[in-house]
Design a protein around this ligand. Structure first.
Ligand code: NAD
Length: 244
């Protein structure tokens, strides 16, 4: 075990209040591509910024619906990996010694809940849910052959219940995450490129408040030079050792 992994593990063990921020990287080992990896094959000619917006949906609802339908199918077929499970176990361990724990995720795949995490704030919604474009009516079922299907209540187009670029985050989710980040003593930033705001600001809010920030990522990010510990490698390998 590397020196910094051993030191980071001691910090995690002693945390009184821990926040874990996760991004697409933690689900990569469950077979769910990050945005960068998702834009291959059929989707190589698109950029996520050109699909994940209300304007894109208005312009070309069939393409946006189909892209999300493919991602929804992937999420439904995926299982949590060792990284998700380690965070669920960390929450249990924190509860056992009366330490605080909050998991803040940018992911929309629902795999943290599936692995048993309980105190989860989903900043960007959940791809497994569907709502209507005009009024937000939730939809439990829809015509599988339509792209996009229509709302049974008001007839407007159905869309995934995720936060698109340029949209507001769910009420209360960002406040809860910011509040926890500014008060925790340890923040783990896992598998996020740190390029999407406002989630990218959470580790910096924690650093500013004096917390230890531990980054777990396969690559360097804008956070890396600022993190107290930067652990390089797959989350599914590092998190179980960090949370042991
Ligand atoms: P991102 O795609 O911008 O970055 C992924 C990060 O994960 C990169 O820094 C990469 O180096 C790292 N990474 C890749 N594989 C890893 C592994 N095995 N272990 C550790 N790190 C690994 O993702 P982001 O920062 O979450 O931001 C993109 C946006 O895309 C978010 O808003 C999110 O909602 C959305 N998104 C979600 C999912 C999902 O729900 N699984 C998937 C793709 C995109």
């Amino acid at each position: 075990m590397s020196d910094s992994l051993a030191k980071a593990r001691e910090v995690v063990r002693g945390a009184r209040s821990l926040v874990a921020l996760t991004g697409a990287g933690i689900s990569a080992e469950s077979g769910i591509p990050t945005f960068r990896d998702a834009m291959t094959g059929l989707w190589a000619r698109f950029r996520p910024e050109d699909l994940a917006t209300p304007e894109a949906f208005r312009r070309d609802p069939a393409t946006v619906w189909s892209w999300y339908a493919a991602r929804r199918a992937l999420a439904a077929a995926a299982s949590p990996n060792a990284g998700h499970r380690a965070l669920a176990e960390l929450e249990t361990a924190c509860a056992a010694r009366a330490a605080g724990f909050m998991l803040v995720t940018q992911n929309v795949d629902g795999l943290h809940h599936a692995s048993g995490s309980r105190n989860v704030v989903e900043l960007h919604g959940n791809i497994r849910r569907v709502k209507c474009f005009e009024q937000g009516h939730p939809a439990a079922s829809w015509d599988p052959d339509a792209a996009p299907p229509r709302c049974a209540v008001c007839g407007s187009m159905l869309r995934p219940d995720v936060v698109w670029f340029g949209e507001m985050l769910p009420a209360g989710a960002l406040d809860a995450a910011m509040h926890a980040a500014a008060r925790c003593d340890v923040l783990l930033s896992v598998g996020t490129s740190g390029l999407v705001e406002p989630a990218a600001s959470l580790p910096f809010a924690a650093l500013e408040a004096g917390a230890v920030v531990i980054e777990v990522n396969a690559e360097a990010t804008p956070l890396t030079p600022h993190a107290t510990f930067a652990l390089r490698g797959p989350a599914g390998t590092i998190l179980p050792r960090l949370a042991e």
